[in-house]
Design a binder for this molecule. Structure first.
Ligand code: 2AM
Length: 186
């Protein structure tokens, strides 16, 4: 009984992360790339509605902190940019196949750095690993892709989002709980 009472009093958590979310056309292009990699290398292709690029992973976070995170995000000074996804690769340790840019746009590096700095200043315990921009396309792959270089898929980025990852029997579902525009390039 005491345990149940303690559980009832515990604030619920959300599994949160900041990300770039592709527009419909970019999403379709990325999903086609995911299916091609899946046919070549096996594993499980990401569903079209789950494809994204993570900027900062927060993990389990009390719901009551969401408003503070929104305030942090609203202070970010970012500019829009074009991201040319022209590389694919694999990470052996977690059997992920990803696509990413061979040249990271300075505005993307600045956005990730500004966001991370503000989150840390606000007390968020982020992982120490360096930002390595990638879009996961396939999980549990059986092989690495043959070609590392592909024709660039251009993604015009104009905003970033805060997302809650919710697990169900059907797999991960990502719910956008905030979106912030990036300044248009003059
Ligand atoms: P991944 O695509 O390389 O797996 C939601 O889980 C998103 O957060 C994914 O894009 C995932 O990256 C990213 N992420 C970053 N650090 C993570 C961690 N420690 N645990 C789970 N996901 C993490």
């Amino acid at each position: 009984m005491a345990e149940a009472a303690a559980d009832a009093g515990r604030a619920p958590n959300l599994r949160l992360f900041f990300a770039l979310w592709p527009d419909a056309a970019t999403r379709a292009g990325l999903h086609a790339r995911a299916r091609a990699l899946h046919s070549e290398c096996g594993g499980r292709a990401m569903r079209r509605d789950t494809i994204h690029l993570t900027l900062a992973f927060l993990g389990e976070t009390p719901v009551r902190q969401v408003e503070r995170l929104r305030a942090v995000a609203a202070g970010v000074q970012g500019e829009g940019f074009a991201l040319d996804l022209d590389r694919v690769g694999s990470w052996h340790r977690n059997r992920i196949l990803w696509t990413g840019p061979s040249m990271v746009p300075p505005a993307l590096a600045a956005l990730a750095q500004d966001l991370e700095g503000r989150l840390r200043a606000d007390g968020c315990a982020l992982e120490a690993r360096a930002f390595s921009p990638h879009v996961t396309l396939v999980r549990n792959a059986h092989a690495a892709p043959r070609e590392a270089q592909l024709a660039p898929l251009r993604w015009t980025v104009g905003s970033f989002v805060l997302v809650a990852s919710e697990l169900s029997a059907a797999g991960a579902h990502y719910r956008t709980i905030g979106r912030w525009p990036l300044k248009r390039r003059g």
